[in-house]
Every structure is written in structure tokens, then in C-alpha cells.
Design a protein around this ligand. Structure first.
Ligand code: NAD
Length: 336
């Protein structure tokens, strides 16, 4: 039985607690939070799980093999570092940490200690995104021209980091996954309306050389909740809409094409319109898939799909996007 402990029993931590306590072969040994009221509530739901306000209890118990960290962005680095140093495998929620230096340090410690470090880029575990990735890799969309993501809602307005750091990690991670290339340039613009210096809405553009781009739109000020990703390819367009119950992924066999007559090149470009299809998906709760993946990686000592190095890639883009935000949207070149 793999014993996992959780630190951070807030709005999202509760979902992690539920999943880790239900996975076969895994036990949720402890939940730690600074807030006793949150612990009391969780203990009522999971009476077999010990609760504590002392993080050291998790580190000191040799039966605890892994620690899941879901606190606030600014605190996750210190907690992950202590957990890795204590010989625990670590799952950490996005945004992971707030600087590339901190991210690289955690990757290095995980390597030194022979520990697994996984970052919770949830969309990579979504069955519809998995199917979309298969379709792209099989060439069904042709060349990926661009990805456009929208993560909008009127939700929790954070105080310790902006909408870029809290919302965009999912979409940046998934853009890298779907495009399958390294970005060369990032630019971001946004605005703080509610709290000074904390952007509520951010538009981030990524360029992948001259062959592809991604545009990531995040906001916690829009009352209409949207979770959408559009992938425009040279042959087909795919739309992932997580707000749909059944039709989460739709393929449009539509694209711009040359008709074959070269009398006038410009006049020869036409729109090709074909079928619209809805691929069948074996749906499962993405968070369950993600937690199960962590437990499998612990058991089999294998590298997670979203490991620490992936975390470094995403944080590097977030850090550059933040710099761009602070300089009025100036494009930032990303060196390898
Ligand atoms: N994957 C997703 O889709 C998703 C969704 C929401 C949040 N998250 C991430 O999960 C994390 C938590 O978000 P949330 O919405 O639950 O936040 P929250 O503010 O509701 O809860 C955070 C909890 O952490 C506790 N905490 C803070 N520092 C602590 C410490 N040093 N020791 C013990 N407990 C501590 C707080 O008391 C609080 O209960 C964040 O990193 C967030 O980005 C991920």
C-alpha cells in the first residue's frame, strides 16, 4: 500500500484528498493544513486519515512515501524542497513555483535524492486532450498552425500571484504538448483592475519559430465560464470544449486550400468544407487519471508525463511572460 500525505486542504486540496483516498493500492495517510477548521471538516469526511497542522509530522513518518502539495503558489517551493530532502516523492500543484531558479533547484534535488517530482498540469491527463494529441501525432489535423486557449470565469481572485501564474500554466503546458515544439518567443499583455499589481486578465502569445503559434487568454473576471482550446491545422480544426457534457472534442474537416489552378495564385485559395465529427472518448475524471498516474509512477519508479523538467519549461515561459507584462507587452526571446 502506497501511503500519500497531502499538504493544503483548501478548495482544490479537498479534491486531491478524495482522489488519493479512493485509488486502489493507495492510502491517504495524513492531511496537513494550517487551518484547524479545514482539517476538522476533512476529518469528518475521511475519518481514517490523520490530520495535523505540523508539516514535520509528514516528513518524520517513514511510512509516508509521497507528499502532495496544494497550498499557495508562493509556499510550494519550500514545502516541496523539504519533502524531497526527507526522501519523499512529490506531487505539486500548478503553478509549481514562481521562479525558474526554484524550479531547477527542485529538479536537481529530486535527481540527487532519486525521487519522483510531478507537477499537476491537469489537462495533460484529460481523456479528450489525450485523444487530441493522438490525432495530431497521427497527422489528422495536418500541420498545427496555431492553438488558441480560453480559461475564463468569475472565480477565486488570488492575492499572491496574478491570473497568468494561477490560470495559464495548464494552457501553456497543453500548448507545448499539442504543438510538440519549443517556443522561441513570448509576449504578454494584461491589466490589473481589482488589486494593484495583480493582473486579472492576461493575453499571452507564444511563437514556435515561424511555423506555429499559441495564444492563451486567461481571466478571473468573466462571468461566462469558458474552458476552450481550438487547434487550427492545415487540414482540420479541433475544438476542445470542457464545458460540454458529451461533445468535449469536435473535429471540423475544414481548411483553406489551393484549388489546383495556378492562373492567379491569390484567387486560387478557397475554403474546403467537409464533415464535422465527434470522436468517441472513454471519459474519466481528469484528476483521478492524474492522481493514478502519480501513484503508478511511484510504484514503477518511472518519469511522470508532467515531471519537474516539464515544470521548468512552463515556469520559464511564465517568467518570460511576466517580464513581458511588466514591459508593456514587449516580446521576450526564449533561449534554449
Ligand atoms: N489543477 C487545478 O485545476 C487546480 C485548481 C485550483 C487550484 N489549484 C492549485 O492548488 C493549490 C491550492 O489551491 P486552492 O484553491 O486549494 O487554495 P486555497 O487557498 O483554497 O487553499 C490553500 C490551503 O493551503 C493551506 N496552507 C497554506 N500554506 C500552508 C502550509 N505552509 N502548511 C499547511 N497548509 C498550508 C491554507 O491554510 C489553505 O487551506 C494552488 O497551487 C492552486 O494553483 C489547481
Amino acid at each position: 500500500m502506497i501511503q500519500v500525505a497531502l499538504v493544503g486542504a483548501g478548495g482544490w486540496g479537498k479534491n486531491l484528498a478524495r482522489n488519493y483516498s479512493q485509488i486502489p493500492g493507495c492510502a491517504l495517510a495524513y492531511v496537513c493544513d494550517l487551518d484547524p477548521a479545514r482539517l476538522e471538516e476533512l476529518h469528518r469526511q475521511l475519518p481514517g486519515t490523520r490530520v495535523t497542522t505540523r508539516f514535520a509530522d509528514l516528513l518524520e513518518d517513514p511510512a509516508v512515501q509521497a507528499i502532495a502539495v496544494a497550498t499557495t503558489a508562493a509556499k510550494q517551493h519550500g514545502l516541496c524542497k523539504a519533502a524531497l530532502r526527507a526522501g519523499k516523492d512529490v506531487f505539486v500543484e500548478k503553478p509549481f513555483v514562481l521562479t525558474v531558479a526554484d524550479a531547477e533547484e527542485l529538479v536537481e534535488i529530486a535527481e540527487q535524492e532519486g525521487r519522483i517530482l510531478m507537477v499537476g498540469y491537469l489537462l495533460k491527463y484529460h481523456p479528450a486532450i489525450g485523444r487530441l494529441k493522438e490525432l495530431i501525432d497521427a497527422g489528422a489535423l495536418g500541420d498545427v498552425h496555431y492553438v488558441h486557449t480560453q480559461r475564463l470565469n468569475l472565480g477565486v481572485i488570488r492575492k499572491d500571484a496574478n491570473a497568468l501564474w494561477y490560470f495559464a500554466p495548464h494552457d501553456i503546458a497543453v500548448s507545448l504538448y499539442l504543438v510538440g515544439k519549443e517556443p522561441t518567443e513570448v509576449a504578454a499583455s494584461g491589466q490589473s483592475f481589482v488589486q494593484p499589481g495583480i493582473e486579472d486578465v492576461v493575453f499571452t502569445s507564444l511563437k514556435f519559430g515561424t511555423t506555429a503559434m499559441a495564444h492563451v487568454h486567461v481571466s478571473w473576471l468573466e462571468f461566462h465560464k469558458t474552458r476552450k482550446i481550438t487547434v487550427v491545422g492545415s487540414a482540420k480544426t479541433a475544438v476542445f470544449d470542457d464545458r460540454q457534457i458529451v461533445q468535449k472534442l469536435t473535429l471540423y474537416d475544414k481548411s483553406a486550400a489551393h484549388g489546383g489552378s495556378y492562373a492567379s495564385f491569390a484567387e486560387d485559395i478557397t475554403s474546403r468544407v467537409g464533415d464535422i465529427s465527434i470522436p468517441h472518448l472513454e471519459m474519466d475524471e481528469p484528476l483521478r487519471v492524474e492522481c493514478q498516474h502519480f501513484v503508478d509512477c511511484i510504484r514503477e519508479r518511472r518519469r511522470p508525463l508532467s515531471d519537474g523538467k516539464e515544470g521548468v519549461r512552463v515556469v520559464r515561459i511564465l517568467e518570460a511572460a511576466q517580464r513581458s507584462l511588466e514591459t508593456g507587452g514587449m516580446p521576450i526571446h526564449l533561449s534554449r
